[in-house]
Design a protein around this ligand. Structure first.
Ligand SMILES: *[C@@H]1O[C@H](CO)[C@@H](O)[C@H](O)[C@H]1NC(C)=O
Ligand SMILES: *[C@@H]1O[C@H](CO)[C@@H](O)[C@H](O)[C@H]1NC(C)=O
Ligand SMILES: *[C@@H]1O[C@H](CO)[C@@H](O)[C@H](O)[C@H]1NC(C)=O
Ligand SMILES: *[C@@H]1O[C@H](CO)[C@@H](O)[C@H](O)[C@H]1NC(C)=O
Length: 396
């Protein structure tokens, strides 16, 4: 297995440990921290954030420890995850409310009678729900690749990880790597999982962040030490947690046809100027699906909307999702070249962060294109030179 050749010894031993965990049924958690802080390379803040969507899930099964380790190795600024809960109230990293599409649950006869139908965001969904499995049971499953056109060789090798294990991966990284957890499906989770003392899913979510020292407003000293964005499609969860932590929050925005799961507001309501004026007291930015910023017809980009401009006018950052290298996800405008897609979104649209399935590609794009941007002296020299050449050419 060729997962990670890390530079720091402790990181390498963590990698090894996680691989062992991934390959055996022994749940060894939580993972303990033993990294000296202070000497690590800081988070870059001069260019748009490289947000590793579910880890490097273009290469490895999503939201597993190896997917996150790979993303860190490839240059992620933030590793991104979705937080759900087990039946016994342990917060886990998992995207879908059901286990069906990305685990081997169907092969586990002992769970055959766990299939349920629940209403999720106004639709009846049938499957094996995480909220019907204890953590121990979830740990007995193995994760698999979501898309059949991606590498299948890691299917069945890695476990679901907990929120705490995910945090440990970020804290153990050889440089400062931020976390970007989502309060996922809070309505469903609070309906099905009950915690002691009437605590809500959101309370447990913030408690976990606090337990590991995550605090501070955007770009504060505390934040830069352990950067984190809290994201959710549910505005009430963000407003609620704003009372508990001043960590920066991002309001995710879905397709224009999908109302918010908690307040049942339309896309148009939550992207209006008056709503931005309201929500900017609680969030530092929005996370829209990229096709709501630039619609796509017959696989060609249309004229960009004014969403990014208006968000910026309200001092809100914009982190768009999701960037994927494969041909089937690239618009024809980009000549099937993911670097051209990044160039368009970074230079022309001007987003502040990008959720990508291929962190390595975004990182290489940024390394190759942004060195001039942060060395103004180089910029000036280059433009003087170009000017000189131009004047020489035109004089003939
Ligand atoms: C879901 O199924 C239940 C039970 O069959 C039904 O009463 C309900 O109307 C359904 N909800 C939706 C949104 O289809
Ligand atoms: C935040 O806390 C204040 C004071 O305890 C309370 O009055 C307010 O309702 C809370 N807001 C939310 C959104 O929970
Ligand atoms: C949500 O809003 C839509 C449009 O206003 C409305 O038709 C629908 O009944 C609402 N749903 C709920 C659950 O309130
Ligand atoms: C920027 O470029 C100039 C000229 O090439 C060089 O002298 C300077 O050290 C560079 N600064 C940084 C911060 O890399």
């Amino acid at each position: 297995m060729s997962v990670s050749m890390a530079s720091s010894t402790s990181f390498a031993s963590l990698v090894f440990m996680l691989l062992i965990i991934g390959c055996t049924a022994i749940p060894v958690y939580p993972i303990h921290r033993h990294v000296q802080h202070g000497s690590r390379k800081p988070l870059q803040t001069f260019r748009p954030y490289n947000i590793a969507h579910r880890g490097s899930n273009g290469e490895l099964p999503e939201e597993t420890a190896p997917a996150y380790l790979r993303a860190i190795e490839e240059g992620a600024d933030f590793i991104e995850t979705d937080i759900l809960s087990s039946k016994d109230g342990v917060l886990i990293c998992f995207h879908d409310v059901t286990l069906d599409d990305t685990t081997d649950v169907a092969n586990h006869q002992e769970f055959a009678n766990r299939k349920r139908t629940y209403e999720v965001q106004g639709e009846n969904v049938t499957g094996f729900f995480t909220v019907d499995f204890t953590l121990k049971e979830l740990k007995s499953l193995r994760v698999k690749q979501r898309y059949n056109f991606r590498d299948q060789q890691y299917n069945g090798k890695f476990q679901i990880i907990t929120f705490e294990e995910y945090i440990s991966i970020a804290l153990e990284a050889p440089r400062v790597v931020g976390i970007y957890p989502e309060i996922k499906n809070p309505i469903l989770i609070n309906q099905h999982v009950k915690w002691a003392d009437g605590k809500l899913f959101e309370d447990k979510f913030v408690e976990t962040l606090k337990k590991y020292g995550y605090k501070g407003s955007y770009l504060s000293k505390d934040w830069l030490k352990q950067p984190a964005f809290i994201q959710s499609f549910a505005p009430t969860s963000l407003v609620y947690t704003s009372n508990q932590t001043d960590l920066p929050k991002i309001l995710l925005i879905d397709d224009i046809t999908i109302p918010t799961q908690d307040t049942n507001q339309s896309y148009w309501e939550i992207t209006s100027d008056s709503y931005f004026e309201y929500i900017k007291d609680y969030v530092v930015g929005i996370g829209p699906w990229k096709e709501t910023v630039v619609t796509v017809v017959n696989n060609y980009l249309q004229t960009p909307s004014d969403l990014v401009k208006r968000a910026h006018a309200h001092n809100l950052q914009v982190h768009t999702y999701t960037y994927r290298n494969e041909n089937k996800f690239l618009c024809f405008n980009f000549n099937q070249d993911p670097y051209q897609e990044y160039d368009y979104w970074v230079k022309k649209i001007g987003v502040d962060g990008l959720f990508t399935d291929f962190t390595g590609s975004l990182h290489k794009y940024q390394e190759w294109t942004s060195s001039n941007r942060h060395n103004e002296s180089d910029d000036k020299t280059a433009s003087r030179l170009l000017h000189k050449i131009a004047s020489l050419v035109t004089s003939y």
